[in-house]
Design a protein around this ligand. Sequence first.
Ligand code: SF4
Ligand code: SF4
Length: 215
Amino acid sequence: DFLGKDYRSSYGLPVINVPGCSPVGDNFTETIACTLLFLQGHGPLPEFDELGRPQWLFNETVHQHCVRAGYYEEGTFAERYGQKECLVEIGCWGPVVQCNITSRGAINHMGGCMNTGGICIGCTMPGFPDRFSPFYKKPPGANISSAGSKVLGTFMRPLRRISQAYLNKETRWVREGHVPSGWGHVEKPGPILKLIHKMYVKYQFLGSRKTWKEE
Ligand code: SF4
Ligand code: SF4
């Protein structure tokens, strides 16, 4: 804004925005490297988005690569800092913020906001900080999306636990009712679980040329 829209550097370049507070160092050096390679004729023209940000670095959201996204999907949310679940209910704006810190890390591919327990306050976005205030308050849109995840998660979590228990067993263990070597205490599944597993396998092999049947 301060340099104006007609600004060009001595190399004829417009302003390139590598946002963040502070920007991730690797994003900064990578952008410079790509631009210099292009100027020297050794690399393709780097792509930038409509805000002049390196497109390949800022085209996805924090949420899409977040280590806590699985908790969001299953509808389990942290109530206070220090908990391992998704942080949206205590103020994370990650689902709508374009930033790659969750995949790239802060320094040397380590750290980064959610990886170290912090919420996203949108520091790569032009609306920061005003449009993300007050910090540490649940974003309004999260009322709908997290409620949806909670409802879905109520069904999904128990179903996944059933599949997990099934997949954590060798067929031989179930057949013989015990683990012949090493760790493990395996109970034979009851009739309801057996039926669920049977339907699961039937559906798993639906449309396949061969099927598999547990003894
Ligand atoms: S902590 Fe934030 S970015 Fe991570 S899953 Fe939750 S809402 Fe998404
Ligand atoms: S606050 Fe959000 S936008 Fe800023 S570095 Fe952390 S995750 Fe990225």
